[in-house]
Write a protein of this length. Structure first.
Length: 100
């Protein structure tokens, strides 16, 4: 009987980890850089849905960036993957990287 309990526990942990991994993948978004305003710390992105922010449709938006240094890693026209969240009531890009 102890073996069955151990197998059930291992299966439960495995399912939990796969759920967390799936959630982490869905938290990001894909887009294209349309404009960069380094002085204002803003970036304009044409993006698809951002599930973590309950945005079910794509659109073009201006975002503030968490760290203005991130803007140096991308240029207009780049395809990007990014994460965005709410900071002090505003939607902010928290990470960004070029897509392959």
């Amino acid at each position: 009987m102890k073996t069955n309990g151990l197998v059930a526990l291992v299966a439960l942990v495995g399912l939990s980890l796969s759920s967390v991994a799936g959630y982490a993948q869905d938290a990001g978004a894909s887009g294209e850089v349309k404009k960069i305003d380094e002085a204002a710390g803003k970036i304009t992105l044409k993006h698809g849905p951002i599930k973590s922010l309950d945005m079910d449709e794509g659109m073009t938006m201006v975002f503030r960036v968490k760290d203005p240094a991130m803007l140096k890693s991308v240029k207009v026209g780049d395809k990007v993957k990014f994460d965005a969240g709410r900071v002090d009531g505003q939607i902010v890009v928290t990470s960004i990287q070029k897509s392959k």
